[in-house]
Ligand binder design. Structure first.
Ligand code: UDP
Ligand code: MG
Length: 136
């Protein structure tokens, strides 16, 4: 039975700045993640704080919000079979040093904070995160 899902992906400032957007998009398409929507935006620190509010009690929260709002990002809706988990596998582990070979974070991530991409971690969060950037 087919299980087509949508998920939210973000190409973070470190990767946009290094002109990696096209290379990263090629990796999604190669893995059968269709890019249904894509836009380049620059969010405020307040918007980043809202987006990442699940992490508000973490020691890295303030730096994370500053970072995500530090430059342009590309937000995308990816669609495909088991897209939520598929995207997480294609991204690789949060810490690029621990990410598997050929994952986006292994290929391009600089550090645990500048790790080039975000991806929703569940179907429920994918819906919330897609609405956050693409409602209206
Ligand atoms: N992060 C960080 N330091 C940490 C853990 C996470 O700066 O020790 C940042 C990193 O950019 C990560 C984001 O916070 O992508 C969200 O953390 P999460 O644990 O949700 O990782 P992800 O879902 O992005 O793999
Ligand atoms: Mg996460």
């Amino acid at each position: 039975m087919s299980n087509v899902q949508n998920t939210l992906s973000i190409i973070k400032p470190d990767a946009v700045e290094r002109n990696l957007v096209d290379e990263i998009k090629i990796i999604f398409r190669k893995n059968n993640l269709e890019i249904k929507e894509s836009k380049k935006i620059h969010i405020t620190k307040e918007e980043a704080a809202e987006f990442y509010k699940v992490h508000q009690s973490k020691p890295f929260y303030n730096d994370l919000c500053s970072y995500l709002s530090s430059g342009p990002i590309v937000v995308m809706i990816l669609s495909g079979e088991n897209a939520v988990l598929k995207n997480r596998k294609v991204m690789g582990a949060t810490d690029p040093k621990k990410a598997e070979e050929n994952t986006i974070r292994k290929l391009y991530g600089i550090s645990i904070d500048k790790n080039s991409v975000h991806g929703s971690d569940s179907i429920q969060n994918a819906k919330i995160e897609i609405d956050f950037f693409f409602k209206n």
